[in-house]
Write a protein that binds this ligand. Sequence first.
Ligand SMILES: C[S@@+](CC[C@H](N)C(=O)[O-])C[C@H]1O[C@@H](n2cnc3c(N)ncnc32)[C@H](O)[C@@H]1O
Length: 330
Amino acid sequence: MLCKCWYDCSWKQISRTNSNDTFDNWNNTYHRWNNYSLIISQKYWKKEKRHMNTPFKFIKKKLADELPSELLNIVPDKWEKIGEVLVLKLDDKLSDYKKIIGETYANFLNCKTVLNDIGGITGILRKPDVEIIYGNSDTVTVHKENNVRYRLDPQKVMFSSGNMDERKRMSRISKPDEVVVDMFAGIGYFTLPIAVHSKPKKIYACEKNPISFDFLRENIVLNNVVDIVEPLPGDNRKIAPKGVADRAIMGYIGDTQRFLPTAFRCLKDIGVIHFHDKYPEKQVPKNPLETIKKEAEKYNLKTKMLNYRKVKSFAPGINHYVFDLKVEKK
Ligand SMILES: C[S@@+](CC[C@H](N)C(=O)[O-])C[C@H]1O[C@@H](n2cnc3c(N)ncnc32)[C@H](O)[C@@H]1O
């Protein structure tokens, strides 16, 4: 019965699921199941998880009938579930068994399609490199998180489950009288939670990728935030409004500093920027802060760090960070 609950996905949605920490992630959360709610205490799961059958254990057991034992050990124990679409990263050695692997995960995790992540997310427009290994070729889906609905096609646009905590943090950060510029809005990763939960006066959401932009427009309607969010298609360096913002979000990784002049131009005399990029652990926060400060000085601005946090690991020793900075005219 417990597994049925997992298949229905009526439990708290978690991001990149690691079968071994599944129960820790679900701790102390309400799980709606047949209209009943229960709280599962941390202590209970910690004690019991050794004996429990996680979804991965069921999947592996089922695949044991289909795969040679040496391959069974390399089937992925992590996955990303985006709405009804599952994304796996399969070792090349599993290529002859892709279909049965996809079918098995789809059945146990209640997904309409299973994608194999071949080459990750690439390019300025952040396009996923994936192939369908099982199921419906229509991969458009609605991912629900924190009372926000994201309609997207995981075959065509990225969705980073690892950024869930940052999306939650941003959802409460803005104030009702604020104007926000989301410089890299995508399908509305930050724009939507801010609009839904903080309800600022206005959010200008800039997005360059036409496919992401179409989903962004749909998502603004889907989440009933048409009166708050104005989607702007194109390169933020050309289209972002000037001198209007109390807050600018720079949710981009890879040389984000190139876009600092645009962020500075968006702001009123005083404002906050949320600057994202990846850095080696040892350089943080010194190097990025120096870079931002130097750039700000060129525009006669001073900066003060309010906060910084690791968003997620990127590679060994390298993490994705976000820096919250107050920016003010000197
Ligand atoms: C990395 S994604 C956004 C990720 C998001 N912040 C998250 O938390 O998952 C960056 C988005 O910025 C868009 N983009 C890249 N360069 C841009 C530019 N110069 N102007 C506007 N959008 C841009 C890409 O198309 C992509 O949708």
